[in-house]
Design a binder for this molecule. Structure first.
Ligand code: FEO
Ligand code: CA
Ligand code: CA
Ligand code: CA
Length: 619
C-alpha cells in the first residue's frame, strides 16, 4: 500500500486544538490538549511533566503479529491462570480433548477473563476476575457442531461465565492457591439479591421470583470497579445475547428492541435448556440483568447484590471516585453504538471504617450531554426530567430515560478512569461505524458533534473531562480529547489521528483504561488485528502508556494473535502488574499460551521488571 505522509489540515477537524500548539510549546508551557487549564497535581508535576524526550522507562515495543506476549527488554511475564485451570484439588487439570465438562468447569477458572482486581487481605492475595463470555467454537471444540449439544454442555457454558475469585501466592512466581477458603466461582446460576430503587418493582417480578428481589446469576461481566470499602464491582454488558424465544413470532417491545433482545440469542442456546431465558415465557427475566453487581470477595458465602440504582444498560466498567465532599461518584459507560455516558452521585457520604453498604443504593443518576466549545453538562434522570413515573422504571429502562432528556450519543463508551493526580476523568470511545450514518436503536441521531466528530469512526478516541471546581458532583464539566486513534501512514485527514499518534505507536479501538498510582494512563485495545488496510502497521491488540500531561503515548505490550488485552491490577508492592489476555485465537489462529497445537486459552499474566523493582513506567 502506498504510504502518504500525513499533512494535517486543522480545518479538517477543528476539535484538534492540539494541532495549533506545537509539541515543544506544549512541553514548555505545561499546557495539555484542550482548553482545560492545567492545575498540576503534585506527583504528576515532578515525575511526568518534565521536559525529557520521553517520560517512560522503556523502549517502545514495535507492533507485531506474533503469537506471544511482547514486552520491552527490561520487563518479563508469566502466565498466572488460564481458562479451565482448577481452583480446587478435586478439580481436574484442563483436558484439551474434552475441554472440560460442567463439573470440571464449576471447579475451575472461567473463560474470557476481562476486568479484575487483586485484593490484599491480611497478607492474602485474592484475585477477582470477570469471566465475560465464551467462544462456542473453542469451549465446544470437542463437538462436531462446535456448539453446545446437551445439558452438560450448557451447564459448562454457564459455569464458564461469571466471576472467579482465587487466592494467589508469590514465591519467585505467582501461583494459584488451590482450596483456599477465599476461592469461589460465581456463575450464571449463583443466587443474587436485587437492591436499589428497582428492587421489588413489577418489571422485575417473574414466576420464579414473585417479589422481584432475587435473581440467579450474572454473565457477560466486562469491565470492573472496586470500592474503598473493599467490595468488587462486576459490570454486566452484553446480557441481551443470552435470551431468545422458541416462539419466533414473539412481538418485541420497544424496550426489548432498545436493549437488543430478540427471538434469537448469540449462539448460547441457554433457553432450550433453561426456560427463564425464553422471553416469550418469561418476559421480565431480562429486566434483571444489565446491572452492576457488588461482591464481597472476602466472604465466599456472601450474596452478590445487583445495584439497580446505577442504571441498566450495557455496562462496561465502574470508576468510583470519592468526591471532595466525601460523596461517592461512579462513572459508567454504556458500550453500544450511539449510547451514553453516565454518572451516579451518592446521597450519603463515604465514611472510612463506617457502614458504607448502602451507598450505591441511594443517589442520583445523571447522563452526559456534550456541547461544543468544550463544555458539557450532566442531566439528572428523575421522573420530572424523563417523563417516567418512578425512579425504579428509570433504573430499568435507563437508555430510554436518557434519550428522553436528549443525552449525547457516543462512539461506544468503554472504560472510564480517573486521574489520581487531579479531578480529571478519561473514557475510551472505542469506535462506531454508525457515527454520522445511522441512529441508535432508540432513533437518536448520531451527528458529527462534540467529541464524536469522525464519520464511520473505525479507530476510536479517548476523551477526558474536568468537572467544574474539581467537584465530581458538579453538573458542569470541560472536555477535550486526549487522543484520537488513527493511521497516519495511510491517511492525511482526521483518520490520521491526533498529533500524539504516529507510525510507531498506532493502535485502534481503545477499550481498557486505568491509571497507575503515579498517574500514567494504561490504554488497552480491543480492535482489528488484521494488520492490513486501514489497520496496517498496528499489529495485534496491545497495551500502551499515556502521559496525561504531555500527551505522549508509547506501546508497552503486544498481545498474542487474535486476543484482546483487557484487565489491569497490581500487587500490593506494585512490583507486579496483572494484565488479561482475552480470546486469543478467537478465529482459530492462536495456540497461546501453551504453544504448538494446544487449545488457545484466555489467561491472566503477571508482568514484572527484570531487576525486581516497582513498576511505575516512569524514568
Ligand atoms: Fe466487553 Fe465493551 O467490552
Ligand atoms: Ca472483552
Ligand atoms: Ca471492553
Ligand atoms: Ca471492546
Amino acid at each position: 500500500m502506498k504510504t502518504i505522509k500525513p499533512k494535517y489540515k486543522i480545518s479538517d477537524f477543528e476539535l484538534l486544538v492540539t494541532k495549533s500548539i506545537s509539541r515543544r510549546n506544549l512541553l514548555k508551557n505545561g499546557i495539555s490538549f484542550g482548553v482545560s487549564s492545567f492545575i498540576l497535581g503534585t506527583a504528576s508535576k515532578s515525575v511526568l511533566a518534565d521536559n525529557k524526550k520521553t517520560s517512560f522507562d522503556f523502549n517502545q515495543v514495535k507492533s507485531n503479529t506474533l503469537d506471544t506476549v511482547t514486552l520491552p527488554d527490561n520487563y518479563m511475564w508469566q502466565t498466572v491462570i488460564r481458562w479451565g485451570d482448577p481452583m480446587w484439588t478435586e478439580g481436574e487439570e484442563f483436558n484439551s480433548f474434552s475441554r472440560g465438562n460442567a463439573n470440571s468447569q464449576k471447579l475451575s477458572f472461567g473463560d474470557n477473563n476481562d476486568g479484575m482486581h487483586l485484593f490484599n487481605h491480611n497478607g492474602h492475595n485474592i484475585l477477582v476476575v470477570n469471566n465475560e463470555y465464551t467462544n462456542q467454537k473453542i469451549i465446544y471444540g470437542n463437538r462436531d457442531s462446535k456448539s453446545a449439544e446437551n445439558l452438560d454442555d450448557i451447564n459448562k457454558g454457564k459455569a464458564a461465565h461469571g466471576i472467579s475469585i482465587v487466592e494467589l501466592s508469590f514465591n519467585k512466581k505467582w501461583e494459584v492457591v488451590k482450596d483456599s477458603n477465599f476461592n469461589r466461582r460465581i456463575t450464571a446460576d449463583t443466587p443474587m439479591e436485587l437492591s436499589g430503587y428497582a428492587r421489588g418493582h413489577e418489571l422485575l417480578k417473574t414466576s420464579f421470583d414473585k417479589n422481584g428481589t432475587k435473581c440467579l446469576g450474572t454473565w457477560n461481566n466486562c469491565g470492573n470497579g472496586k470500592t474503598p470499602w473493599g467490595t468488587y464491582l462486576a459490570c454486566e454488558e452484553n446480557f441481551n445475547g443470552y435470551f431468545s424465544s422458541n416462539d419466533k413470532k414473539t412481538k418485541l417491545s420497544n424496550e426489548f428492541i432498545r436493549y437488543g433482545i430478540s427471538a434469537n440469542d448469540w449462539g448460547y442456546n441457554w433457553a432450550n435448556y433453561d426456560e427463564r431465558f425464553d422471553i416469550s415465557l418469561h418476559p421480565n427475566e431480562s429486566n434483571r440483568f444489565g446491572y452492576i453487581v457488588e461482591i464481597d470477595p472476602l466472604n465466599p458465602n456472601s450474596i452478590p447484590k445487583k445495584l439497580t440504582s446505577l442504571g441498566r444498560f450495557k455496562h462496561e466498567n465502574a470508576e468510583l471516585v470519592i468526591n471532595k465532599d466525601s460523596r461517592v461518584v461512579v462513572y459508567m459507560g454504556d458500550d453500544e453504538r450511539g449510547e451514553f455516558l453516565y454518572k451516579f452521585v451518592s446521597e450519603n457520604k463515604y465514611k472510612k471504617n463506617g457502614d458504607n453498604r448502602n451507598l450505591l443504593n441511594n443517589g442520583k443518576l445523571f447522563v452526559a450531554k456534550f456541547h461544543d466549545h468544550k463544555r458539557g453538562e450532566w442531566i439528572e434522570l428523575n421522573p420530572k426530567t424523563t417523563g417516567f413515573k418512578t425512579q425504579a422504571e428509570i433504573c430499568i429502562y435507563t437508555r430510554i430515560a436518557a434519550s428522553n432528556v436528549g443525552a449525547t450519543t457516543m462512539d461506544r463508551p468503554e472504560w472510564v478512569a480517573s486521574n489520581p493526580n487531579k479531578a480529571e476523568v478519561y473514557c475510551s470511545l472505542t469506535n462506531n461505524r454508525n457515527r454520522g450514518i445511522k441512529p441508535n436503536k432508540g432513533g437518536d441521531l448520531t451527528p458529527l458533534f462534540g467529541p464524536n466528530k469522525r464519520k464511520n469512526n473505525i479507530y476510536g478516541q479517548i476523551i477526558k473531562w474536568n468537572p467544574n471546581n474539581n467537584d465530581h458532583s458538579s453538573n458542569l464539566f470541560e472536555w477535550s480529547l486526549f487522543a484520537m486513534a488513527g493511521n497516519p501512514e495511510i491517511h492525511n485527514n482526521n483518520y490520521a489521528g491526533t498529533e500524539n499518534i504516529d507510525k510507531d505507536n498506532m493502535f485502534n479501538s481503545p477499550d481498557g483504561l486505568g491509571f497507575n498510582k503515579e498517574g500514567v494512563l494504561l490504554i488497552q485495545t480491543d480492535g482489528s488485528y488484521s494488520n492490513e488496510g486501514e489497520y496496517i502497521g498496528m499489529g495485534n491488540n496491545q497495551m500502551l502508556c499515556g502521559n496525561p500531561i504531555t500527551g505522549e503515548i508509547k506501546r508497552f505490550l503486544v498481545g498474542p494473535k487474535e486476543c484482546e488485552v483487557t484487565g489491569i491490577t497490581w500487587s500490593k508492592d506494585y512490583k507486579t502488574l496483572f494484565v488479561g489476555l482475552q480470546h486469543p485465537g478467537e478465529k482459530g489462529n492462536s495456540n497461546f499460551p501453551g504453544g504448538k497445537n494446544s487449545v488457545p486459552r484466555s489467561s491472566v499474566i503477571a508482568i514484572s521488571k527484570k531487576d525486581g523493582s516497582k513498576i511505575t513506567f516512569i524514568s
